[in-house]
Structure formats: structure tokens, C-alpha cells
Design a protein around this ligand. Structure first.
Ligand code: MF3
Ligand code: CO
Length: 250
């Protein structure tokens, strides 16, 4: 599939889809506390999305059974909400959520601390978030896609963390996953030239230990192979003539 360039009307719909998703993320962040199950987070997120008149785009996506991906500690992404998975003080939890507004998809992820977490965990979360911002400094019309990938890698590598290679960011619009794929690690080729009107989900997934990941038997949950903690930070952005617009920030 070709990379799509959104019209002015489509950009307005993307903006609204992303604005609503940011509200969902904010509400979920405020609800996180020790003693809560990951299933409760999913139920709350699903309800919020529907109350906003939107559709949760993850539910039933290739059979994914929930609306919010809840990935705890060594779980990288696509953790499945579970009423028996109770958050403990000191855990970190990555919430990945998306929705469809008038046919337009949004996608964003955040890693949150549950109560007080270790200084190491905090640093991993901070570096992961900052790596997104380092990446999108390069997200300008005329630059190349892999300038983003290279900038994320250059920043994260200083800390000795593992950058997940098996999963990547993506274009987004009338489908959750559109071309192009957006790796978070250094690339030899330049990739496509960025153009105004492209909407992209940039989503570094960073492990405290090695980069390698594996899939659990549920066929969804991605975990670090070495059991180290992992963090995720994702926003849907718009390429413009100037600075990129981050559509899913609140
Ligand atoms: N944000 C996730 C991604 O881009 C979407 C998860 S799809 C789901 O891969 F099926 F796991 F929900
Ligand atoms: Co995504």
C-alpha cells in the first residue's frame, strides 16, 4: 500500500480522532493505582472510547481480545488485560490505546509508574519518552523517514538500552497500520522522503536489557527475552511544512 497524504479535511478528522484519544489516555493515567487489575483498565478505556462516540480499533484487530493493550514490567507491548493481573506498587505499565473517529484512526502509548518505582525504571521511562522527541526533531518535510529512526537510535544507544527491532511504528489514517513502517533503530537506507500531510505513529519500545523479545503462548504478549523491564511511548504525528504536529498530546 502506498503512503497516503491526507487532505485538509482528513487532517481535521485525524486531529479530532487524536484529541479524543489523548483524553482517554489522560483519564487512564489518572486512574492507575496499586491494587487495580489490568482488566479494569481495559473496561474503563473501552467505555470512555465509546462514550466519546468512537470505536476502539484494537478490539478484534487480527483477533486481539481487548481495547487497551496493558503490558506490565517485562511485557513490551500487546499485553492482554486480565482480571487476575493486579498492579503492584513499583510496577511499570505500558498502555497502548487507539480509536476510530468518523473513519479515522489514532494510536498512542504511554508507560506509567504504579506508585513509587525504582530510579532505574524511572530513567528507562524518561529515556523512552525523550527518544520519541529526539526522533521527531527530524520529522520535517524534505527529510527522510530514517532520519527519525537514526535519531532515536543515536539517543537511546548512549544509555546502553536495547531498542526493540521486531516491532516498528507505522503510517496511520483510514487504517490503523498504513505504510510506511518506521523502525526505531539505525538504518542504512534513507527511507522515503517526508511530505506534508503524512500522519505517522512513532513508537519506540525500549528494553532496559537486551533488545531481543519473544511472544508468549497467548500469541500476543511480547516480552523481553532476558526478563528486563521495557517501556513504550507513542504518538500520532502530522508532517507539516515546518515542525511536526503531535496530535495525541494533551
Ligand atoms: N499500537 C499498536 C501497534 O501499532 C496497536 C496494537 S494492535 C492490537 O502495533 F491488536 F494489539 F491491539
Ligand atoms: Co502503533
Amino acid at each position: 500500500m502506498a503512503v497516503t497524504i491526507k487532505s485538509a479535511r482528513e487532517i481535521e478528522l485525524m486531529r479530532e480522532s487524536c484529541r479524543l484519544l489523548a483524553k482517554v489516555h489522560k483519564a487512564l493515567e489518572e486512574a492507575i493505582r496499586p491494587g487495580m487489575s489490568t482488566m479494569e483498565i481495559d473496561i474503563m478505556g473501552d467505555k470512555l472510547i465509546r462514550e466519546l462516540g468512537c470505536i476502539p480499533n484494537f478490539r478484534d484487530y487480527h483477533g486481539y481480545p481487548a481495547s487497551i493493550c496493558t503490558s506490565v514490567n517485562d511485557e513490551v507491548v500487546h499485553g492482554i488485560p486480565d482480571k487476575h493481573r493486579i498492579l503492584q506498587e513499583g510496577d511499570i505499565i505500558s498502555l497502548d490505546a487507539g480509536l476510530i473517529y468518523k473513519g479515522y484512526h489514532s494510536d498512542a502509548a504511554r508507560t506509567h509508574a504504579v506508585g513509587e518505582v525504582s530510579a532505574d525504571a524511572k530513567k528507562l521511562m524518561d529515556v523512552t519518552k525523550q527518544s520519541f522527541f529526539e526522533g521527531i526533531k527530524m520529522a520535517k518535510a524534505g527529510n527522510h523517514l530514517h532520519d527519525i529512526s537514526n535519531a532515536i537510535d543515536a539517543y537511546v544507544s548512549q544509555f546502553g538500552y536495547g531498542i526493540v527491532r521486531d516491532l516498528v511504528g507505522h503510517g496511520i489514517g483510514t487504517s490503523l497500520h498504513e505504510d510506511p513502517q518506521i523502525p526505531n533503530f539505525a538504518q542504512k537506507r534513507k527511507g522515503i522522503r517526508l511530505q506534508p500531510g503524512m500522519t505517522l505513529a512513532i513508537e519506540p519500545m525500549i528494553n532496559m536489557g537486551r533488545a531481543d523479545v519473544e511472544w508468549l503462548d497467548d500469541d500476543w504478549t511480547v516480552v523481553t527475552e532476558d526478563g528486563s523491564l521495557s517501556a513504550h511511548y507513542e504518538n500520532t504525528i502530522l508532517i507539516t511544512e515546518g515542525e511536526p504536529e503531535i496530535l495525541t498530546l494533551y
